[in-house]
Design a protein around this ligand. Sequence first.
Ligand SMILES: Nc1ncnc2c1ncn2[C@@H]1O[C@H](COP(=O)(O)OP(=O)(O)OP(=O)(O)O)[C@@H](O)[C@H]1O
Ligand SMILES: [Mg+2]
Length: 255
Amino acid sequence: MVEAFAVASGKGGTGKTTSTLALGMALTDEYDVTVVDADMGMANMLFHAGLSDVETTLHDVLGGDLPVAQATYERFGMTVVPCGTSLDGFRHSDPTRLREVVAQLAADTDVLLLDSPAALDSRSAVLPVVLADRVIVVLQPTIPALSDGLKVQEYATSYGTDVAGLVFNKVHDDDAIDEITVKTEQYFDGPTLATVSDSEAAREARRAGRPLLAHAPASAPAESFRQAAARIDVRDGASGAVADRFRSAVIPDSP
Ligand SMILES: Nc1ncnc2c1ncn2[C@@H]1O[C@H](COP(=O)(O)OP(=O)(O)OP(=O)(O)O)[C@@H](O)[C@H]1O
Ligand SMILES: [Mg+2]
């Protein structure tokens, strides 16, 4: 079985990478999980997951003939596929090869989480949302973030990608979050999976190069992410059929 999720937001800095690793770790209780840094132009999962020194990354796979197995690392109970950060690495990558990479990873995992770029402005940026079965939208409770999140939903649904749910992140005590979630849910096709408070623990985890659930498993935001993961009803697509779909996905010429 396998289901692929794009973790996306439209807006930068909402917590996509933090959420990808947190949801991934929480889902390892039940599933084989693979997380991929599909933010190929502005990758930074490697910094969140203590992988900044690794030799081979997704860039090497997309830019050459290396098998993806050489860019996978077993960390925190998950299979992690980090992406490099150099501009040269990005320039030499062929983003369309991500289809084949995702198809190969799909053969050997239950849950694939694709950490997605902030914008929807290029072929490489839209690819995770186009390939995924469903999108998890990471929002901050601000008008610009909600508006950008809606654009992601619009784009996703136009390619047949459903919305699995919303994660409200970096929520402050005075945000009137209950009111905001009720209003927001009227516009989105998925439920609120969790509201995650703005927390020093998340910033510390990033500085320490460890996912939040490894660095501060007892913290309030870690608990919220576990709650979010528990609310995702992972669908069991047949690995072969899903892989074939990824391989044959039509990538839009201009997003
Ligand atoms: N709940 C939270 N409370 C406080 N800080 C947070 C929280 N979630 C994430 N952060 C911090 O916000 C910053 C951005 O988070 P992250 O890198 O996960 O966002 P992103 O959406 O992936 O960003 P980008 O668009 O640049 O890829 C990081 O320093 C991270 O530690
Ligand atoms: Mg990110």
